[in-house]
Write a protein of this length. Structure first.
Length: 259
């Protein structure tokens, strides 16, 4: 989309909050630095959630609740019984269904004004440019590092922010990757972490990390607060500790290196 087209679309959307939308989002519009202008920015945004599991279920429903206008759900899997301790958009009636279709129904039940796209595909180096095209931000709901690095590399190349989170048991981490403003995932993890076939997860851990991901998305879109760029937040739910660690760009990073 050309700059002129974006400006025209922006001017149209600045006048497009309905009375019902102003009522629905009233409690967040009241927040200092948010206001109707911030809400219009959310309405005009498109966010992709890749992986609609423990993280993606929570992040997608809260993005919809906040009024992000277009949400793209990417996942090729079907729901199963072992998902239900953490994947809150599904019920026993959804077992065997594509996750993205069940999730779309739940999101529309909550907020029918949201445009929800579904992509039942695996993200690979070949499919990423098509699956993630034309989005403003990508949210990590993935459960494997190989695909995370593919998404990271695409986002770096296309200058698209990528909100990473990962969870295991009572533990998790989150960071916000904004290309050329801070380190990317390959800077932080020079060697791909070992894959675990089945990860133990407490549902509330995923919910906490996904909620933080949504906070990061909203801050980036409306321009409020300080995102986790160049910082990793680690959560230990057993000890109930939160620790932030600084991270630096690697000048020789194969994805975002600048030397």
């Amino acid at each position: 989309m050309s700059l002129i087209s974006k400006l025209v679309r922006g001017m149209v959307n600045q006048m497009s909050l309905s009375r019902l939308e102003l009522e629905r989002y009233n409690r967040q519009i009241m927040i200092d630095g948010w206001g109707p202008e911030g809400q219009r920015k959310l309405k005009d945004s498109k966010v992709a959630v890749v992986g609609i599991g423990g993280l993606g279920c929570v992040s997608s429903i809260f993005l919809a609740a906040a009024g992000v206008g277009k949400i793209r759900l990417v996942d090729k899997d079907k729901s199963c019984l072992t998902d239900l301790n953490r994947q809150i958009l599904y019920s026993v009636n959804d077992i065997g269904r594509l996750k993205i279709e069940a999730a779309k129904e739940k999101i529309h039940d909550l907020n029918p004004e949201i445009d929800v796209e579904t992509v039942p595909e695996e993200i690979t180096e070949d499919t990423a440019p098509r699956v993630l095209r034309d989005v403003d931000i990508v949210v990590d709901g993935l459960d494997n590092w190989k695909t995370r690095f593919i998404v990271n590399d695409y986002c770096v190349k296309q200058n698209v922010p990528f909100i990473h989170a990962g969870v295991s048991e009572f533990y998790g981490q989150i960071t916000t990757i904004v290309p050329r403003k801070g380190p990317c995932l390959r800077c932080i993890f020079p060697k791909q972490p070992a894959e675990t076939q089945t990860v133990a997860v407490f549902g509330a851990t995923a919910a906490v990390l996904a909620s933080l991901q949504v906070m990061e998305v909203i801050k980036l879109i409306i321009g409020k607060g300080k995102p986790l760029i160049g910082r990793i937040l680690f959560i230990d739910g057993e000890e109930m500790t939160f620790e932030t660690v600084q991270a630096q760009r690697n000048p020789k990073c194969p994805a975002c290196g600048f030397s």
